[in-house]
Ligand binder design. Structure first.
Ligand SMILES: Cc1cc2nc3c(=O)[nH]c(=O)nc-3n(C[C@H](O)[C@H](O)[C@H](O)COP(=O)(O)O)c2cc1C
Length: 443
């Protein structure tokens, strides 16, 4: 007998989440170079970092002629300071060739009309639009976005229905949502039942409740129920939370009946986790960093963001690695890590991004960085003078404030995106403004 299981049709320009192991949306960590290496290592689909509706609504779309990426840009007012020159920010960047049919744009929103306007900006360039309904940070929830939407199901339903009708259908792309668990299975079930009736093609369940911290283990006891509700409505269900490799993802999908699995933190550290054991499994960090650097240079990725990722990815504590994490431009990183073939392109991108004049900590041959040597000598002298051990000054934490591309106040968004490609500060920030005071990531 033929199966009567319903299936929400997958639109012509959309993508079916079934059978897919995907890269999670990650502010800061999910910019273009990270997505491209995730795809290189076998991710089936990639979610972009959450981008706030108002940030993308007023952006300008253009093609970067040097690398053929599509950039959505805005001019910042530099906090309204008339003495400072205006800067252009790249709010979102995608690769139309290599991400074709594989990129899901994730949005932070609390208004159906804004959601639709923002989605229309990117709809022709992506395979799907996803609504973030799981970020628990106050700067998200206070604007009614992220996890706050879990408490305002009428609003969330109306956002999804508007997106399906006004963007999904005309542009023929899928609309989906990413949620967290509610306190009880009954509450989760009744929410999921409403969401899957909106016309969405996929639902991702992050198997943690809103108050849970990222380090707390994912809870999977509601997962089969959620999968069942999705399947009854013909919607694909993607599981997320403590999935760490392709093989484990496939085993978990089998165990819980989920259609797909999403990987965040494991991929942030080493995206070769998308390779199966049969394909060789996890690669050494150096290989992955080299691949990442190649893409970051090609994409003209904002250096502060690249530096943030290097801090996640470099696993060695040797001197050159430590210095590479502190480097101020692409050239230094390539010299220190001896990625010699990337040096000419690194020089070029440093010029484009305005990083070429930064003080260098590497030497031409890359083998004995003079400043590193000097620092070592100073440290030796200090140690000798102190008659014992001295420690290098502790570096500030590098993960203090990842958060979505957003501003503190929705009303101020058009003027408040901040960092630019050529930004000469050493701050490690996402491609638009992020409240620096926000603590660890828990979106
Ligand atoms: C650096 C970072 C940034 C994140 N940004 C987002 C985001 O923009 N949107 C979102 O829905 N979730 C975001 N998350 C949450 C992840 O997508 C994922 O749900 C969570 O990390 C659990 O997956 P994991 O256990 O594989 O890490 C972020 C997580 C991290 C670590």
């Amino acid at each position: 007998m033929a199966s009567t299981t319903p299936r929400v049709p997958i639109p012509a320009n959309g993508v079916d989440y079934r059978g897919k192991i995907v890269l999670a949306p990650m502010v800061r960590s999910g910019e273009l170079p990270s997505r491209l290496i995730a795809l290189k290592y076998g991710a089936d689909l990639v979610w972009g970092p959450e981008t706030i509706d108002q940030a993308i609504m007023g952006a300008e779309r253009r093609v970067n002629p040097r690398n053929n990426t599509i950039e959505f840009t805005r001019v910042s007012s530099n906090g309204g300071r008339p003495d400072m020159p205006k800067k252009e920010n790249v709010i979102y960047r995608l690769d139309p060739a290599r991400e074709k049919g594989k990129l899901i744009f994730q949005m932070g929103t609390a208004r159906p009309d804004y959601a639709v306007r923002a989605a229309k900006m990117v709809a022709a360039d992506v395979a799907g639009i996803d609504v973030n309904s799981g970020c628990p940070k106050p700067f998200s929830t206070s604007g009614g976005m992220g996890a706050a939407l879990l408490r305002t199901p009428d609003k969330l339903v109306s956002i999804l229905e508007s997106l399906v009708q006004e963007v999904g259908i005309p542009y023929q792309i899928g609309i989906s949502v990413k949620i967290r668990l509610l306190e009880t299975p009954e509450m989760t079930e009744s929410l999921v039942k409403r969401l899957v009736a909106t016309g969405i093609t996929g639902l991702t369940i992050h198997c943690r409740t809103t108050p849970m911290r990222p380090r707390e283990r994912a809870i999977r006891d509601q997962l089969k129920m959620i999968v069942g509700v999705c399947h009854d409505a013909g919607v694909a269900c993607v599981m997320n939370g403590d999935v760490t490799s392709r093989d484990q993802a496939l085993a978990l999908m089998e165990e819980y009946g989920a259609d797909g699995a999403m990987i965040a933190t494991a991929a942030e550290a080493n995206s070769s986790c998308f390779r199966s054991a049969a394909e060789g499994g996890l690669l050494p960090w150096r290989d992955v960093v080299e691949a990442y650097m190649e893409e970051a240079i090609r994409a003209e990725n904002r250096y502060g963001n690249t530096k943030f990722l290097l801090n996640m990815m470099i696993q060695s504590k040797d001197n050159s690695s430590k210095q590479a994490k502190q480097a101020k431009n692409y050239l230094d990183v390539c010299r220190l890590l001896q990625f010699d073939h990337l040096i000419p392109a690194a020089k070029e991108v440093d010029k484009i991004l305005g990083l070429a004049d930064r003080p260098t900590i590497s030497s031409e041959d890359g083998t004995q960085p003079s400043a590193v040597q000097k620092a070592k000598e100073n440290n030796e002298s200090a140690r000798a003078a102190a008659g014992g051990s001295t420690h290098l000054k502790k570096q500030p934490p590098t993960r203090e404030s990842p958060g979505p591309i957003r501003t503190n106040s929705r009303a101020s968004i058009p003027n408040s995106t901040s960092q630019t490609e050529g930004d000469t500060t050493d701050e490690i920030t996402a491609s638009a403004s992020i409240p620096q005071q926000s603590p660890a990531v828990a979106v």
